[in-house]
Design a protein around this ligand. Structure first.
Ligand SMILES: [Zn+2]
Ligand SMILES: [Zn+2]
Length: 215
């Protein structure tokens, strides 16, 4: 069931648009370069405000927006940023949901992702690795808090609810300090025992697998 196909062909595709989920530094590095090249940038009104007035051509994510041939909608997620969002992309009735950087998974987030055939979902840390790891306590508490990040186990429970519909799930935002990709994959897979979809990893430094979602 679990398959990690390593680097895929995504690097060959040009960047048609960039969707920012929030303004934290690990998400906006390189933004200025892409903006200067003319890449369309989409973000929630609050995220754009938090970024200041540097990106005047950016498109606010309000309701449903069309960009790069996709219908793009967003929903709020609990995270310690100004106006953080999860994203749903839709093409010809097929949907992919993207949600990273959230401290818990409220019912509204599950509802927003319920119709998605593809998911990119945060599996940020392993609880024991985080607790025994090198981060200072205030940072550990922030990550563990309701506006922090999801553990592998919490991600697995949420994905167990979404799995019947989802055909492909990509685990994302995997901490390099407080997690291991194989551990994230194993822990989440344990929650998805009878699921017949495919589970993939994503990488901070290279593209992941490219999959085709059923219409
Ligand atoms: Zn982040
Ligand atoms: Zn963040």
């Amino acid at each position: 069931m679990a398959g990690d196909q390593g680097p895929g062909a995504a690097g060959r595709f040009p960047i048609a648009a960039l969707i920012l989920t929030h303004e934290h530094a690990d998400h906006v590095r390189g933004l200025r370069t892409l903006y200067r090249r003319g890449t369309p940038i989409l973000a929630s009104p609050g995220t754009l405000r938090a970024l200041g007035h540097r990106f005047r051509r950016a498109i606010p994510l309000n309701g449903e927006v069309e960009a790069a041939g996709l219908r793009i909608s967003s929903f709020p997620v609990p995270h310690d940023a100004r106006d953080p969002r999860g994203i749903v992309l839709e093409l010809d009735g097929t949907r992919a949901g993207i949600v990273t950087d959230l401290g818990e998974v409220p019912g509204a987030v599950l509802e927003a992702l319920a119709g998605c055939e593809g998911l990119v979902f945060e599996a940020n840390h392993d609880l024991e690795l985080l607790l025994s790891g090198p981060y200072p306590w205030p940072l550990k508490l922030r990550i563990l808090g309701p506006r922090g990040h999801l553990s592998n186990d919490v991600a697995g429970s949420a994905l167990a609810e979404l799995a019947p519909r989802a055909r492909a799930v990509f685990l994302a935002h995997i901490s390099q300090e407080n997690n291991r990709p194989s551990l994230a994959l194993e822990t989440v897979a344990r929650h998805l025992e009878h699921w017949d979809g495919a589970l993939y990893l994503t990488y901070p430094d290279r593209p992941g697998a490219v999959v085709e979602l059923p219409a």
